[in-house]
Design a protein around this ligand. Structure first.
Ligand SMILES: C[S@@+](CC[C@H](N)C(=O)[O-])C[C@H]1O[C@@H](n2cnc3c(N)ncnc32)[C@H](O)[C@@H]1O
Length: 272
């Protein structure tokens, strides 16, 4: 029985890179089999090398995109790295609210929002701690390259197991409705959040500037060059007094564009 060759894996890595700019290491080749099992099934294929054959023959951007999206790592949770949210609550939001008192308008972006927990955590934090903002014009944008997670984020429906990760019980009962094994975000929180599919390495879908951008746990999947291009684009899309948050394990951005601020046991970045 044939199996995928090293050339097949190289081809799959190139397909992923060309659609999402995610760099997959050869040491992770085994993940193709487990992540693409659903796609193989949908195309009535049983082996990875058959899929590679189809990809090479069909040259179908839809099929290639499906492969690339299936290979994205969508790991997330509510209030992930809670120090960033605590800093938002205690320092960042009070300052931004003061700065925006005249416009009463706040813009947040959860870039690489996955299934939506990051954006919803921010919305819950605002509803819970800043009732004075209830009549402000607030939008939390969530974007992700993977259509399936964007669809899930829009539904705002989470399984019991997802709810057990990072969400205090008090907030769970206050901001979600319970239906069977799932919890659905309440409309007052959902209405702040807007999700759409977008590739951070393509044409960015916004022209307006943001007060806070979360770009967390995604640049680690990108090449150094792609990161630099993306962080320059982010620099153009953040307000002068705005705040950028990266994942706790991610490298600080270019020092000529961003100042690193250490506070509350975590760092965030301000545009220069
Ligand atoms: C590990 S999750 C991080 C989710 C959330 N930001 C967090 O920190 O919990 C990474 C997300 O980045 C998305 N992603 C990867 N490459 C992307 C790209 N080029 N454009 C937009 N999203 C991308 C993946 O689909 C995935 O949902």
């Amino acid at each position: 029985m044939n199996g995928p060759t090293s050339g097949d894996y190289l081809y799959l890595r190139e397909v992923v890179f060309s659609h999402t700019q995610n760099v997959l290491e050869p040491s992770h080749d085994h993940l193709f089999q487990s992540r693409l099992v659903g796609l193989l099934h949908r195309h009535s294929l049983s082996r990875l090398d058959e899929l590679v054959h189809l990809l090479r023959a069909a040259k179908s951007p839809e099929l290639e995109r499906a492969v690339a999206e299936a290979m994205t790592i969508n790991e997330t949770s509510f209030f992930r790295d809670c120090r960033s949210f605590e800093l938002l609550r205690t320092e960042v939001l009070p300052k931004i609210i003061e700065d925006c008192r005249s416009t009463r308008r706040l813009r947040f972006w959860s870039a690489a929002s996955s299934t939506g927990q990051e954006a919803y955590s921010l919305a819950i934090l605002i509803c819970e701690n800043f009732p004075q903002l209830s009549d402000w014009n607030i939008r939390i944008e969530g974007t992700d390259v993977c259509a399936e997670v964007v669809q899930r984020a829009r539904q705002g429906r989470f399984h019991r197991i997802e709810m057990n990760r990072g969400l205090p019980a008090r907030l769970l009962v206050r901001y979600f409705d319970h239906t069977g094994e799932s919890w659905v975000i309440k409309p007052e929180v959902a209405s702040l959040c807007h999700f759409r599919q977008a590739n951070l390495c393509g044409q960015l879908p916004f022209q307006e500037c943001f007060d806070v951008i979360f770009l967390r746990n995604v640049i680690l999947y990108l090449s150094l060059e792609t990161r630099q291009t993306l962080l320059s684009a982010m620099h153009r899309l953040i307000r002068k007094k705005g705040y950028l948050f990266l994942g706790s394990a991610e490298q600080p951005p270019d020092r000529s564009l961003w100042t690193t601020v250490l506070s509350g046991g975590t760092c965030h970045y301000r545009p220069i």
